[in-house]
Design a protein around this ligand. Structure first.
Ligand code: C2E
Ligand code: MG
Ligand code: MG
Length: 729
């Protein structure tokens, strides 16, 4: 009878071949050709075991079960293994099911191509010992290695069948069912409630009879849901289908709740003229489900994203960072001595404290950042898309300052501090595990350094960060303690060598570090916004100084002042310039503003308007470090600047580097054709000066002609220069 199975061994082997797993005690090594496929099959098997549909595989034509999934095992209340080799008929799925398999097999023998066979479906009543349930079974044929199998996929449709029965009862006016039903029932005509049962009124909160006659609009939260739900539902009813959906409705008192709705038309040709609707209150179930989904990604206490969600977000951030060449920071934040608080004040206060800390941390970060709690007193911050690792130094300072503010919990004032470890992507690692490990190690270093501090995983970043912090703390006091000083570097005409004036260059006389270069502290001042008052001071001071040069006998002296982009975007630069001119009493053309290309490129229209107003005040404008940015000629024309200051990077090797020479010549020619003057900065040798003369550059500045010097020295330089010129006259 069993055509393909000549022996027990043969039988085992076939089972292996077909389903890869058989009775789950197979020997992979026997079938090397199948090895690769086994993993896939195993995964597929696991998947099948997780679906709620029943799946049964039967050999044909003998009708023996070769496998079934876990859902089927649960249905019949037996382990799946016990079914293998039993006949399909013995399952008790009804004569129709057995017949369908038979028909399918016969068709198969006849046509030889299973893909041409239709999918047969059977609705059957199944006896599960104590109750009957309805099953919807569908059958297909599959051919594996020349052998023929029947595949049955089924599902429990008892609920649907009951609803249908109820509908049929209602449609055939067995209305006695109505009031005793456990679900709410209404009949509707032209979207008005014609009749309803008691349960419906209870569920919706209407007094007996009060809902009758109303539009079904009263059941919905808004006109939009009423309209869109209606369109969708009546379209289905019109096709002769039953319509089912889970939707948020509102009770008579306005309270929203989740409801399962099933509707059917009396006449599908004309569903608006009569339909029946069944309401099941599924609010508790739906909320519990939603909550379960939320909790699977969040921490129960603080409701912050949990480990899994953080990991997902980090992986996304890494993909984006790779596209944009940005940095990601992962910070582990551990509360110092939290255990003491927990032990001495109790878990209630400890928990409340964690909730409050979570809130403060969230208050410190951007919308795109993630604050996560991994359990215990440890929080993790994910900061994607950082243009620069230095950005997290400012944040960690802000965050520690916030945490150090006292917490008030149940009449208690608590002081906290945190230890923070920081790891950066891509420098410290390129996946979640390695970044977490490194941030953790850094956090332990912060702890052992005495707590209430932070550490980068990368030691170099630590040194840089400490210096940056020292600078930014010191900068706040530098202005009031008069620690700034302006140096002046001469600017001269290349033809004849007349002194035009000087560029004012700021110096910081730090009580500890000595003279600090602006290259070091200007970026920090920009980040903290301190550049605005500092820039204001520079403007005032430079204008006061140029007055002295005029008094000393210099004709039309000009002082050049550097401007930062931030002064343009956040400060009131016009006001600052106007005040400096007014207070010092200079002619506006004695002041020259050095703008960088980065100022011009950013937010062009506003900048353009500001530059135009500055220009109309009479001050001069030049573009500093020209050639390093991306200004186009059209920009320069629109901004109406007076002078281009060629960046020293092109000047330094002017004599030896052909490329630099070509660039400088091109800049000078271009400037000349636009009617702009040129000044070369960084002139260190006579050779360079000669070359610039040859190229017809207008002005020069550099160590060869004079280093930046304190105001008094510059005055001496100026007097010498005037004297020199006078004696030469
Ligand atoms: P910058 O405006 O391009 O200034 C020129 C820099 O080159 C100055 O450095 C100057 O000392 C240096 N330098 C001049 N001649 C030579 C030379 O022949 N050889 C070499 N190797 N270097 C030369 P410094 O004073 O350190 O200033 C650096 C930058 O700091 C300035 O670049 C400017 O962007 C900024 N800065 C300086 N003072 C201020 C200020 O008051 N406000 C603002 N916003 N930025 C300032
Ligand atoms: Mg400059
Ligand atoms: Mg420059």
């Amino acid at each position: 009878m069993v055509k393909h199975c000549d022996s027990a061994d043969d039988w085992e082997e076939r089972k292996e071949r077909i389903i890869g797993l058989g009775e789950r005690s197979f020997h992979k090594s026997y079938y090397p050709q199948l090895k690769q496929n086994l993993d896939r099959l195993e995964r597929f098997h696991t998947l099948l075991d997780h679906t709620s549909d029943f799946v049964v595989l039967v050999t044909l034509p003998d009708g023996l079960i070769t496998d079934a999934n876990a859902a089927f095992g649960r249905l019949i209340g037996k382990p799946v293994e016990a079914l293998i080799g039993k006949s399909f008929e013995s399952l008790g799925l009804g004569a129709d099911a057995v017949k369908v398999l038979d028909i399918l097999h016969r068709d198969m023998v006849f046509r030889r191509d299973p893909r041409q066979l239709p999918n047969h479906s059977v609705i059957t009543k199944y006896d599960t010992n104590n109750t009957f349930i309805w099953l919807d079974l569908s059958f297909r044929i599959a051919v594996l290695d020349g052998d023929c199998y029947g595949v049955m996929v089924g599902r429990d449709v008892t609920e649907r069948k009951r609803n249908e029965e109820m509908m049929t009862a209602l449609l055939t006016e067995k209305a006695a069912l109505l009031d005793n039903a456990l679900v709410g029932i209404i009949s509707v005509k032209d979207r008005r409630i014609i009749s309803c049962n008691r349960r419906f009124e209870e569920m919706m909160g209407y007094t007996p009879g009060s809902a009758i006659g109303h539009s079904t609009r009263i059941l919905y939260e808004s006109d939009e849901t009423f309209t869109s739900f209606g369109t969708e539902a009546y379209r289905a009813l019109n096709l002769g289908l039953q319509f089912a959906a889970t939707i948020m409705l509102v009770r008579a008192n306005g309270e929203p709740f989740w409801c399962e709705l099933t509707g059917r038309a009396f006449d599908s040709e004309n569903p608006e003229k009569g339909s029946i609707w069944i309401f099941t209150d599924v609010n508790d179930r739906k909320l519990a489900e939603d909550r379960a989904v939320f909790l699977s990604h969040h921490d129960t206490l603080t409701e912050l994203p949990n480990h899994q969600l953080l990991k997902d977000r980090l992986e996304q951030a890494i993909m984006l960072a790779d596209q944009g060449h940005n940095v990601i920071a992962l910070m582990v934040i551990d509360i110092d001595r939290f255990k003491t608080i927990n032990d001495s004040l109790g878990y209630g206060i400890g928990n409340q404290l964690l909730i409050d800390v979570a809130k403060r941390l969230k208050g410190c970060v951007r919308e795109i950042d993630t604050v996560s709690r991994q359990g215990g007193d440890e929080f993790i911050l994910l900061l994607p898309n950082l243009p620069n690792p230095d950005n997290c130094v400012t944040l960690v300072g802000e965050l520690m300052a916030q945490i150090s503010q006292p917490f008030f919990i149940m009449d208690k004032e608590l002081a906290l501090s945190v230890s923070v470890g920081i790891a950066l992507y891509p420098d410290d690692g390129n996946d979640f595990e390695s970044l977490m490990k490194k941030a953790d190690m850094a956090m332990y270093r912060a702890k052992s350094a005495g707590r209430n501090t932070y550490r980068f995983f990368n030691e170099e970043m630590n040194d840089e960060a400490t210096e940056q912090l020292n600078i930014s703390v010191g900068l706040r006091k530098a202005l009031e303690n008069n620690q700034f000083q302006l140096y002046y570097q001469p600017q001269l005409k290349i033809r004849g060598g007349a002194l035009i004036g000087a560029e004012a260059l700021i110096r910081w006389n730090h009580p500890e570090f000595g003279m600090v270069s602006p290259a070091r502290f200007i970026p920090v001042a920009e980040e903290s916004g301190l550049i605005i008052p500092i820039g204001d001071w520079v403007m005032q001071e430079a204008c006061r100084e140029v007055v002295k040069w005029a008094q000393a006998g210099m004709k039309n002296p000009v002082v050049a002042v550097n401007l930062s982009a931030l002064q343009f975007t956040h400060g009131d630069i016009e006001d600052s310039v106007a005040r400096a001119i007014r207070d010092s009493g200079i002619a506006p053309e004695m002041l020259e503003l050095e703008l960088t290309e980065s100022i011009m490129i950013r937010d062009t229209e506003n900048v353009l308007a500001t530059v135009k107003r500055l220009k109309s005040m009479g001050v001069r404008l030049s573009i500093d470090d020209f050639g390093t940015g991306y200004s186009s000629l059209s920009y320069l024309k629109r901004f109406a600047v007076d002078k281009l200051k060629i960046d020293q990077a092109f000047i330094r090797e002017l004599v030896t580097n052909q490329d630099d020479a070509a660039i400088v010549r091109a800049i000078i020619q271009m400037a000349c054709s636009l009617g702009l003057r040129t000044i070369a900065e960084g002139v260190e040798t006579a050779d360079v000066l000669d070359k610039l003369k040859l190229y017809r550059c207008d002005e020069v500045q550099g160590y060869y002609l004079g280093r930046p010097m304190p105001a008094d020295d510059f005055m001496a330089y100026l007097l010498r220069h005037l004297g020199g010129l006078n004696s030469a006259d």
